[in-house]
Write a protein that binds this ligand. Structure first.
Ligand SMILES: NC(=O)C1=CN([C@@H]2O[C@H](COP(=O)(O)OP(=O)(O)OC[C@H]3O[C@@H](n4cnc5c(N)ncnc54)[C@H](OP(=O)(O)O)[C@@H]3O)[C@@H](O)[C@H]2O)[C@@H](O)CC1
Ligand SMILES: Nc1ncnc2c1ncn2[C@@H]1O[C@H](COP(=O)(O)OP(=O)(O)O)[C@@H](O)[C@H]1O
Ligand SMILES: [K+]
Length: 555
């Protein structure tokens, strides 16, 4: 599980440590310098350019610049007025050249000679997109990477110009909301301090982060939680006194703690009955896919209540027709006008119970979303459907606006309706009252007609098994993403892959974390979590403290 913390919680975690004199910036800059050295494969004959803003993010960059200069690299720091005083002194003492950001031509010349650019312009103190001279510089530098520019979610080709390492976050992203206003340097690697920030997991900002490494600088956030054994359940973290994360991402390794597994006394009704009202004469495929996906997740029973009747049973013989018990409804995929009318009494029933029964409203059924719902109802729009929903509810928000800030849009929809909202896209964002926000990325192979119907079916099965709605939505999205890897594939292939993905996860196969460097672009996920790994088996903190000490003694 990746736990991300926003600027406020990071500052709250830092405050007592700074007051106690813990050398956080030394740790941060030491981790940063080590990451740069690892990336370049050494310091000999290498050149670095540090872009240094006025805050502590620039301080991290300056101390790292000093460290790298002492290791023999040719280092230049680009500063504006008011740069971190001690950091600047350390950089000068170590022999770094210092350039003024206003001298843009000299900076661009130096940039062209460098093997790596270190982006320390702005960190968690950013308010809005880059402004002033650094904004012009970043635009110019990004332009100069023509041909070497990184593909949004893939890596770079060999010999493609300088590498970019972002300090904490790519400068100018919305640390907390994932917005990407203004010019931003696309990083190959982001070394994030203490804990990942939500913007590194959310679109569109995550596309600028490259691979993400978390430097353990001793903030008692995710690292401490992990050490305490709270590996999977965010609630357990909170119970153990750790701050709750602002954003969570479930990984394969978490699935054994979440996925419903039958026990000796289970029977079909304890395992949960999914009711499906999906598919119609106009869109029959959606009904088949949704039923098939629900069955693939392993519920006790799937009851089909749409208009396709026996045609569904002849394709999926396990599906049951006729009225009876339902523990969670999936309503909406592929419903034409006639099928919507047939589903209306089911929705009336849910409404009459105050929307407290577990249900997924997808596609056409989103038209029934309203104020006064509860988190038990899960709305699953994509950006276009959410824009239509907003328009019907009298909320301003275009499809483009939603895509520019999906987390904020999903939050608004959840606040307005009271429901759990899954905004589907490259990153599925799950927002539910009283729950952390979840962000689940998946490969673009799944951007195919019918994949949403598959998701709705999977989700229905987890709700029927009694999972809490936000977790069910995140776990279903996680499995949906894993089952979409290694395309090309069609929606029915995703369904076919689900049992194997779940089986492998339950058997403990293939945790994504700690698996070392990924070749850029080797995975479809833009977020490659990797905790700083050091040679010689020593713990990262020891090594970082040691580097910091050496730098201090040398200066
Ligand atoms: N505390 C610690 O010891 C540790 C902190 N750590 C590091 O510190 C970072 C946070 O540092 P921070 O709080 O100083 O904020 P930071 O992101 O550097 O920026 C603030 C400056 O930017 C300016 N500014 C704001 N928006 C702007 C814009 N849009 N365009 C242009 N300028 C803008 C703003 O100026 P103002 O607008 O207020 O005049 C202000 O001068 C954190 O990310 C991590 O790297 C780690 O080392 C761990 C130990
Ligand atoms: N660019 C993308 N990268 C990864 N996943 C995507 C991308 N675009 C959409 N998805 C995912 O693909 C699925 C598409 O669902 P949806 O748009 O509802 O399609 P349909 O209605 O045809 O089934 C969703 O699960 C969504 O999360
Ligand atoms: K930065």
């Amino acid at each position: 599980m990746i736990r991300a913390f926003g600027a406020r919680k990071v500052r709250e975690a830092e405050a007592p440590l700074l007051a106690a004199g813990v050398p956080l910036m030394e740790r941060a800059s030491g981790a940063l310098a080590l990451a740069v050295l690892r990336l370049l494969g050494g310091s000999y004959g290498r050149r670095a350019l540090a872009l240094v803003g006025r805050g502590n993010n620039g301080g991290d960059a300056l101390f790292a610049a000093a460290f790298l200069a002492r290791r023999g690299m040719g280092v230049a720091a680009v500063v504006a007025e008011g740069a971190h005083g001690a950091g600047l002194a350390a950089a000068r003492a170590a022999g770094c050249a210092v350039l003024d950001v206003a001298d843009i031509d000299a900076v661009v010349r130096e940039a062209a000679r460098a093997d790596v650019w270190i982006d320390g312009i702005l960190g968690i103190g950013a308010r809005g997109g880059l402004r002033g001279p650094f904004a012009s510089l970043v635009e110019r530098l990004e332009g100069s990477r023509e041909g070497s520019a990184l593909l949004p979610e893939a890596g770079r080709s060999a010999g493609a110009g300088p590498l970019v390492v972002a300090v904490d976050v790519p400068s100018g992203i919305g640390t907390d909301d994932g917005a990407a206003p203004g010019p931003i340097l696309r990083a190959d690697l982001t070394v994030t301090m203490g804990a990942p920030k939500p913007g590194l997991l959310l679109d569109p900002a995550r596309r600028y982060a490259g691979r993400v490494e978390t430097a353990d600088i001793g903030l008692c956030l995710s690292a401490a939680a992990r050490a305490a054994g709270c590996a999977a359940l965010d609630v357990a973290d909170i119970d153990a006194g750790f701050p709750s994360p602002d954003l969570v991402s479930i990984e394969r390794a978490d699935l054994p703690l979440l996925w419903p597994v039958p026990g000796p006394s289970s029977h079909k009704y304890t395992r949960g009955v999914v009711g499906v009202a999906a598919g119609s004469a106009s869109y029959p495929g959606a009904g088949f896919l949704c039923v098939d996906a629900a069955l693939a997740a392993g519920p006790g029973m799937v009851r089909y209540a749409g208009t396709l009747g026996s045609a569904v049973v002849s394709s999926c013989p396990e599906a049951v027709l006729g009225e009876g018990r339902v523990d969670a409804w999936v309503i909406g995929p592929g419903l034409d006008r006639e099928a919507l009318a047939r589903a209306e009494p089911i929705v009336d029933g849910l409404r009459s119970e105050g929307w407290t029964a577990p249900a997924v409203l997808d596609a056409g059924a989103l038209a029934w979303a309203e104020r006064g719902m509860t988190p038990a109802t899960v709305l699953t729009p994509h950006a276009g459907e959410l824009a239509a929903l907003f328009s019907r509810l009298g909320i301003e928000g275009s499809r483009e606006g939603i895509a520019a800030c999906p987390a904020a849009a999903a939050k608004l929809a959840s606040e307005f309706t009271g429901a759990t909202v899954v905004l589907k896209g490259p990153v599925d964002v799950v927002v539910s009252p009283g729950s952390p926000v979840y962000a689940q990325s998946g490969p673009a192979w799944r951007a195919v007609a019918g994949a949403g119907d598959v998701y709705a079916g999977l989700l229905g099965a987890l709700l029927a098994a009694g999972l809490e709605p936000a977790r069910a939505a995140a776990a279903a999205a996680c499995v949906h993403g894993l089952a979409s890897e290694n395309g090309p594939m069609r929606a029915s292939d995703i369904v076919r892959n689900v049992p194997a993905v779940v089986r492998a996860a339950l058997a403990g196969g293939g945790s994504e974390e700690g698996s070392g460097y990924h070749a850029p672009g080797a995975s479809a996920s833009a977020f490659h979590m990797r905790r700083a790994r050091v040679s010689g088996g020593r713990r990262p903190m020891q090594k970082i403290d040691e580097c910091a000490r050496t730098a201090r003694e040398e200066s």
